[in-house]
Design a protein around this ligand. Structure first.
Ligand code: E4P
Length: 217
């Protein structure tokens, strides 16, 4: 499973990137706002830092304007994935930008039918938002499973990018269902390393090592 980091904070990306954990990065206008940086400048810095796809989102709502923004974003670096919303205009923009040879991430997906349309429009990635479905008392994981089934039924190559991951359980479930990629905030990725029995076991080992005066270097 590929791991994308869902942030525009370059220090957090760099920390995970050093561990080889970063297969790509996703940003959105809210994350850019949070970073306080200029979108073109910060996206360039991130794209230079990581090898994989870096999603940068358009802010226009009409297809022609989205295409113009997408072309500009794609020029930032070879590894930019242009992010467009799952609207009819977004699907049009997806189709044009894909046919021009760009990676396209279709975002804000909340239904299996939307994901089916994105695959038909040639999306490189489809981003179903798990956490935001959970927020309204639906099960985001059901959507990931439905999309996996539909894409496998017909051999669509669009990659399922599980997004809006808020918990470590979202990460586990996405991996079990077979999402191709998950994008998660840095703190969620770090929390995946935690287990109380690891801490307890390590504590006991360290006490015994001290009692036996074990020294290695
Ligand atoms: C994905 O590309 C989005 O940037 C992100 O996962 C949205 O997450 P949120 O619902 O926690 O804002």
């Amino acid at each position: 499973m590929k791991f994308f980091v869902d942030t525009a904070e370059v220090d957090a990306i760099a920390e995970l990137n050093e561990l080889g954990m970063v297969d790509g990065v996703t940003t959105n206008p809210s994350l850019i706002m949070k970073s306080g940086r200029d979108i073109l400048e910060v996206t360039k810095e991130i794209a230079d830092m990581v090898d994989g796809p870096v999603s940068a989102e358009v802010v226009a709502t009409e297809a022609d304007a989205m295409i113009a923004e997408g072309r500009k974003l794609a020029k930032i670096a070879d590894n930019i994935a242009v992010k467009v919303p799952l609207t009819w205009d977004g699907l049009k923009a997806c189709n044009v930008l894909t046919n021009e040879g760009n990676m396209v991430n279709v975002t804000l997906c909340f239904s299996a039918n939307q994901a089916l349309l994105a695959a038909k429009a040639g999306a490189t990635f489809i981003s179903p938002f798990i956490g935001r479905l959970d927020d309204i008392n639906l099960d985001g994981m059901d959507l990931i499973a439905d999309i996996r089934t539909i894409y496998d039924n017909f051999g669509y190559e669009t990659q399922i990018l599980a997004a809006s991951i808020r918990t470590v359980n979202h990460a586990t479930q996405s991996a079990l269902i077979g999402a191709d990629v998950m994008t998660a905030p840095p703190d969620v990725i770090k929390k995946m390393a935690l287990h109380p029995l690891t801490d307890k076991g390590l504590d006991a080992f360290l006490k015994d090592a001290a009692s036996a005066n074990i020294k290695i270097v």
